[in-house]
Design a protein around this ligand. Structure first.
Ligand code: TPP
Ligand code: MG
Length: 320
């Protein structure tokens, strides 16, 4: 079934914005304005935006370090994201961290990313349980990586969510690597989705660079979760197109593998589809890219003018 043009335009905007914002971050890092780690999400745009746009306004999501598209599509303004990267007071964590960690805002249904992987999916399982106990028509959606899927908590979450038939959607971003560890060094199965059978829940494999495929599968899983049908594991096959973080030249990734995924770039995939349907041409694309650059110029100026937090506030908003 073809997705409606309005949705594709929306997705196209968020995916292009995520990529342009990602490039901005790289430049700011090169200028030493962003210090410490910087994680590129290039290659993940279809997964993050495809899944996030399947949620309703009252649902809750826990994006990870390569899910910029999900933060944007849930409504977090690039101003706040760039302020976050620069450690400023207008950042999502109010200057507590200078990258994705802790970047949560429940007003937008986003639980902050927890550095210890995959702790976020445990929190989201708890949220799904709370939603179920209250009988609310809401869904919790958690992202986790292939590496994170090898951690014990992933299995406990799948078991618990299945036992209690929780409204939980698990989006596994299988991007072939966990830092420098390739898939075959951390699992002896071909598809992570196959693990769902061990917990009697649907396990779905989707082409992670295809927005329409990710979105359609997530819409189905969200509907099942909302109607009491329990959790779903969706494995999105994709590729991390940069090193683990900016310091990593990923010399360990075979060039041919990278080249093959480059040809399946998620943005190009969506744009080809939109062009085929007469929804996009060169001039519309140029117009969109210019608009995005303008928005990011404004966001960057805002962030660079935002102050650093007052030292005395450092203990606010923490438990211990
Ligand atoms: C418990 C724990 N161990 C190690 C790390 C360091 N670390 C951060 S990201 C990462 C790789 C995660 O791989 P994956 O889950 O596949 O996500 P990806 O980075 O590929 O998107 C590691 C080892 C961590 N954050 N938490
Ligand atoms: Mg990975």
């Amino acid at each position: 079934m073809e997705l409606p043009p309005e949705l594709l335009h929306q997705a196209h905007y968020w995916m292009r914005l995520a990529r342009a914002l990602d490039d901005r971050g790289t430049f700011l890092h090169k200028q030493s304005k962003i210090v410490g780690g910087y994680f590129s999400q290039i290659g993940h745009e279809a997964v993050s935006v495809g899944a996030a746009l399947a949620l309703g306004p009252n649902d809750v999501a826990a994006p990870m370090h390569r899910d910029l598209g999900a933060y944007l599509a849930r409504g977090i303004h690039p101003r706040r994201i760039l302020s976050q990267y620069l450690g400023r007071v207008d950042g999502v964590s109010r200057g507590r961290d200078a990258n994705m960690h802790g970047m949560g805002d429940l007003n937008y249904g986003i639980v902050g990313f927890i550095s210890h992987l995959p702790a976020s999916i445990g929190v989201m399982c708890g949220m799904a349980h709370a939603i179920a106990l209250k009988g609310e028509p809401r869904v919790a959606l958690a992202f986790f990586g292939d590496g994170s899927s090898s951690q014990g908590l992933s299995h406990e979450v799948m078991n618990w969510a299945s036992v209690f038939q929780l409204p939980l959607v698990l989006i596994c971003e299988n991007n072939q690597y966990a830092y420098s560890t390739p898939l075959d060094r951390q699992m002896h199965i071909e598809h992570i989705a196959d693990r769902a059978a061990g917990y009697a829940m649907p396990g779905v494999i989707v082409e992670g660079n295809n927005f329409c495929a990710v979105h359609t599968a997530t819409v189905e899983a969200v509907a099942r979760a909302r109607s009491g049908g329990g959790p779903t594991l969706i494995e999105c096959k994709t590729m991390r197109m940069r090193g683990h973080a900016i310091h990593d030249n990923m010399a360990y990734v075979p060039k041919e593998l990278l080249g093959a995924w480059e040809r399946r770039d998620p943005i190009r995939h969506l744009e080809d589809h939109m062009r085929d349907r007469g929804l996009l041409d060169d001039s519309k694309l140029a117009e969109l890219l210019a608009r995005i650059e303008q928005e990011l110029d404004e966001a960057q100026a805002f962030a660079e003018n935002s102050p650093y937090p007052e030292a005395g506030t450092v203990i606010e908003g923490v438990f211990a």
